[in-house]
Design a protein around this ligand. Sequence first.
Ligand SMILES: Cc1cc2nc3c(=O)[nH]c(=O)nc-3n(C[C@H](O)[C@H](O)[C@H](O)COP(=O)(O)O)c2cc1C
Length: 322
Amino acid sequence: MLNTRITKLFGIRYPIIQGAMLWLSPAELAAAVSNAGGMGIIASSSFPTIEEFKAEILKAKALTDKPFCVNITTLPSRRLIQNEAYIEAAGNEQVKVIETAGRSPEPYMTLLRQTGALLMHKAARVKDIEKAEALGFDAVTIVGHEAAGHPGMDDAGTIVLVRKASESVKIPVIAGGGFADGRGLLAALALGAEAVQFGTRFMLSKECPMNKALKQFLLGKTEADTHFILNSIQNGARVVRTDFSNTVAAMESRGASFEEIFPFIAGTRTRAVLEGIDPNAGMLFCSQAIGLIHDAPPAGEIVDKIAKEAESALSDLSRICE
Ligand SMILES: Cc1cc2nc3c(=O)[nH]c(=O)nc-3n(C[C@H](O)[C@H](O)[C@H](O)COP(=O)(O)O)c2cc1C
């Protein structure tokens, strides 16, 4: 019932994709999602060396024979990471799908094509996914302002972006930003998307290597407990509201420079939050979808539940709309 061009393209059972998460989407999580019929994504930026990254791909291959994906994020804060070498490594290991996100993937196109992988690009502006289509990508993900991480700086919400994206390109569109369940998936399909990328939903899963105390902290939050910060330094991010994030927002309000703010938002600082139990040790990406999330079960159960709920919501709809 949930077959789309995305399920056919990637060879997966359900149009359910787990979003890449810096430090939080290793092989165990990606493989659990793929084994359950969705597609997991390993965040390459979590691995400081190529050797560690390759080992993670091999681990995923050992854990699943289903398709999985690796994400290459090209943001200013990751400029030290050699994206080319990571793309090459994914190609050498014959990873089925590579996702790019962040800045334009154009400089990497030759290398990306050489890998032979299916290519998807994630962006927050319709013009960026149109560009990705022109560059030859096989699929695109559009993320709205509700999303965790870096949902662009235009304040454009998911409903409008997904609808507009699906009218603007011919390649299949994946929707992201604020989705947590099967009803959301069905709504995205109705808007013209052919799959959903869930980030925050899988952050609250058993296989996500986040400290249990932090998971509990997040489970106590609602859709009103995130905010969008860092727009002033062109690196807008949706995070859970804490004393720490309020401090960063206050620095922005008084016009602090990138150099002043950067030490507060460096990825290593986020890692310190995730490894400890103190949500105020750094920034924690989190979407408005947190208001719909009340548990942290195994990722495979999440996939199953989303798929079943989307199918039953579809029959509910036909009753409602008699
Ligand atoms: C903790 C966390 C870290 C993330 N890190 C990345 C990243 O490194 N690269 C990336 O492209 N997206 C990243 N994202 C965004 C997700 O891949 C996904 O697109 C987004 O979470 C979808 O919105 P949702 O959270 O509303 O489901 C991150 C999301 C979370 C929750």
